[in-house]
Ligand binder design. Structure first.
Ligand code: ZN
Length: 476
């Protein structure tokens, strides 16, 4: 009983030391552990269950938009990377290379995929013959490796899990449509499943994917006001098609290069969920992706009929498709409350002898920390209704929090004050790299995405005419 608050007390102060809070939460809730090789992570069952829920929701959306899943090899001949100049330059510092295998030095070194444009492009050039083969729309769920010097679980690790979609189209217009469509799929998913509002838009040349014509990203605001790039969709034009001979015989009898796209989200999304919704008690998970949606905590569990009533309730909820856990351990109810609050379970049902006698149950909401009494009769509908409500209201409150922290500025000094105050800052920009670099140097903020459809008079650095309004933020 004395250690009822042991978990709460062990999490660092979210306002004073957010990085330590993050580390405490990911480790103590059992989401991850550190792997033996520096920069690697073990995704533990509680964390992996979130990833599986993310996968299920996204995979359905990919299929609904006409994509199929496939799997390509982990090892890519190094020579493939040198075919697209920008691509090789962009990824060279991060690529891990296999030089020996079977006790011998390999004739050609093999890259461990940091992304699969090169190997998938090579296969597409073989498969694509005629205009009848188009479009090609394939997605791959896999791991990738990008060697990183400083790492943090989910946010930046040497190896991570993701999906990468790769498509080929006959026209620029169609490929551009695909790029936008998948960005839209990501946005709808982030908002309706993760309850995270995102800002979508085009990225600057400096921030775009190596080898792309244009990169579009979605940016989410974290608890500390920093931005997290939660997904990207790239229009690759004919850059990769020309480098990898992705061409076909068109209706008019001539050979033409295709137009390609690629798009991806990763286990970073779990980091986004933690940092967008978490609070001093720990995780706060949106019901759609929560591994456990409802935890039942028996009160005075040894009293006659209590465990039986809890078991019955659990069965009823399970039958209705709710992911439910009955905590029948011998820890005190207070200890259990803390533990499941820390793990971010959206709803807790407390059931004791007095509740049972009165035909009621107490339901606690993790997002609002509010408690109410509900009749046991019709409790399944009540729970389902509450889960929907929590999901919706988490998005609404996230959006309110974020919108209150988006400001517009006219000078670099104001931009600095804005990002230091934990805001996303909109500012006019002339489009030149020098001004973008200067902003980063003076404020540690980077250009996240263009504010589509918005205009400003001047660049806040050089005072020349502004070509774009850009969201600037410090970023993960
Ligand atoms: Zn400028």
């Amino acid at each position: 009983m004395a250690n009822d608050n042991q978990f709460v007390n062990k999490i660092a102060d979210i306002e004073k030391d957010f990085p330590q809070w993050y580390t405490d939460v990911v480790i103590k809730t059992g989401l991850v552990d550190y792997g033996p090789v520096k920069g690697t992570m073990v995704i533990r069952p509680y964390g992996y269950a979130i990833w599986e829920n993310i996968q299920r929701e996204l995979d359905r959306r990919f299929r609904e938009t006409g994509h199929e899943n496939a799997y390509f090899p982990l090892l890519i001949p190094m020579s493939f990377f040198t075919k697209e100049k920008e691509h090789v330059e962009g990824f060279a510092p991060e690529v891990a290379v296999v030089t020996h295998a079977g006790g011998e030095e390999l004739a050609e070194p093999l890259a461990i995929r940091p992304t699969s444009e090169t190997i998938i492009g090579t296969m597409y050039s073989k498969w694509l013959q005629s205009y009848r083969d188009l479009p090609i729309k394939i997605n791959q769920w896999c791991n990738v490796m990008r060697w990183e010097k400083t790492t943090r679980p989910f946010l930046r690790t040497s190896e991570f899990l993701w999906q990468e979609g790769h498509t080929v189209h006959a026209t620029e217009e169609e490929a551009m449509q695909e790029t936008q469509q998948m960005l839209g799929v990501y946005k709808e998913f982030a908002e309706s499943c993760l309850a995270i509002p995102v800002i979508c838009g085009r990225k600057t040349e400096k921030e775009k994917f190596a080898g792309a014509v244009a990169t579009y990203g979605m940016e989410a605001m974290m608890h500390d006001g920093k931005s997290l790039q939660a997904g990207t969709s790239h229009y690759l034009g004919q850059n990769f098609a020309k480098a990898f001979e992705i061409k076909y015989l068109d209706k008019d009898g001539t050979q033409k290069y295709g137009y390609t796209t690629s798009w991806g989200v990763s286990t970073r999304l779990i980091g986004a969920i933690i940092m967008a919704h978490g609070d001093q008690r720990g995780l706060c998970l949106p019901p759609v992706i929560a591994p456990v949606q409802v935890v039942i905590v028996p009160i005075a569990a040894k009293k006659e009929g209590v465990m039986q009533a809890c078991e019955e309730l659990k069965t009823r909820l399970e039958k209705a498709g709710v992911r439910v856990k009955l905590d029948s351990s011998d820890n005190s109810p207070g200890w259990k409350f803390n533990e499941w609050e820390m793990k971010g379970v959206p709803l807790r049902i407390e059931l004791g002898p007095r509740d049972i006698q009165a035909g009621n149950a107490v339901i606690f909401r993790r997002d609002t920390l509010g408690k109410d009494v509900y009749p046991l009769e019709g409790i399944v509908d009540t729970v389902n209704g509450l889960l929907d409500k929590v999901q919706e209201e988490m998005l609404v409150s996230s959006r309110e929090r974020r919108d209150g922290r988006i400001i517009s500025v006219d000078t670099v000094e104001e931009l600095l004050a804005g990002v230091e105050g934990g805001n996303f800052v909109k500012a006019g920009w002339c489009g030149c790299r020098e001004c973008e670099d200067k902003i980063k140097e003076k404020t540690a903020a980077t250009a996240r995405v263009f504010a589509e459809g918005e205009t400003a008079k001047e660049c806040i650095v050089c005072r020349r005419e502004a070509k774009h309004v850009v969201y600037f933020a410090r970023a993960y």
